[in-house]
Unconditional design. Structure first.
Lengths: 174, 174
DNA sequence: GCGCATTGGTTGACGCGACAACTGAATTGG
DNA sequence: CCAATTCAGTTGTCGCGTCAACCAATGCGC
């Protein structure tokens, strides 16, 4: 009968419910908009963005999987589909012939350039429009603290989400 | 060439990357622990918790679906599996014979009582242990603001995640 | 050099969630 | 009242992600 569990306080419980709700709804909202407007999953979008932002717009599968928090099989399936759509290309890595390199194609870059504004729009509409500058800073710190627990190796924090005028846009503007 | 898109500022971009990473990793961490220790998805856990906390431990499918942010087909599938495992029971609603009521069984309550401490443990380990009291309050406010955008009808905020000594525990202790 | 474990990646089977189609009950309109 | 619509829920099919098995190339021990 001795219950040693350290239950959540009412404040923690309330915050937890909201956090879970956000974690549940946010991916769905992002997927919905991207699928509707660009035929891309949010995961596909992130993967393409990572490629677009990589040196030579090329990355090894394993590296890409790590940066996008995907298992290798998952990435392999996604890559096959993206390749069939002509958005990326895969070719064996010269230095290590076990490895495969993935490159985003011109078509892929164009799709990203088309998709980015709409995506940024929903990000704003669903998140940042609701926050003050102060809260933005707090969110950054809090999410960082939680990430330190969830992702101690910081594999994901390397993810580049180029939303200002970055390599993607520059590449197309050249 | 006129690019009217309101891109994210560097601060917003940084916060976004972290938020996305949390939204990506948190569900996985919850599912992993619950599946390992109780054979339950986090979604199943939430659904069972909602039932356990409902009057008469009973709820209509539609109501339950709404509270858990599930489509009706999804809930129907989950309910079938949970029923096959003897964790819930379904029976036609007397008042409206179109409707179906779901009740959590004794076995279901026991499973929840067994699973709850471990779940609370991972919630603490991954989130609240990393936050100060101040940040807890900020998280509550920020998540609330975002939820107002994502879930204007506040369907999810009604979700009860009974983590202190609530009906579930009391039911078993009686 | 030669076994042998390790690494990088792909493939196939299975499970879960989304979507569409369907059944049966309740409600509404005339 | 009866027809038409709407509502509650289930079922089937499809797509995506996971897991396990597999293949090929590399490194490593000796």
């Amino acid at each position: 009968m001795a219950d040693e569990t350290h239950w959540l306080s009412p404040e923690e419980s309330a915050a937890w419910v909201r956090l879970i709700a956000v974690a549940e709804l946010l991916p769905g909202a992002l997927d919905a908009q991207l699928l509707r407007d660009a035929g891309l999953t949010h995961f596909e979008y992130v993967a393409l963005m990572a490629l677009a932002d990589a040196p030579d717009r090329t990355m090894r599968m394993t590296e890409l999987a790590s940066r996008t928090n995907a298992t290798l099989p998952r990435l392999s399936h996604v890559a096959r589909r993206l390749e069939e759509r002509g958005l990326i290309r895969r070719f064996p890595c010269p230095e290590d012939r076990r490895a495969t390199n993935a490159t985003i194609t011109e078509a892929g870059l164009e799709l990203m350039a088309d998709a980015a504004p709409g995506h940024v729009g929903t990000v704003r509409a669903n998140v940042f429009d609701a926050l003050t500058a102060e809260q933005l800073e707090q969110l950054y710190v809090i999410a960082g603290a939680v990430l330190a627990k969830l992702d101690p190796d910081e594999r994901l924090s390397a993810t580049s989400c180029q939303f200002s005028e970055g390599p993607v846009v520059r590449t197309l503007a050249s």
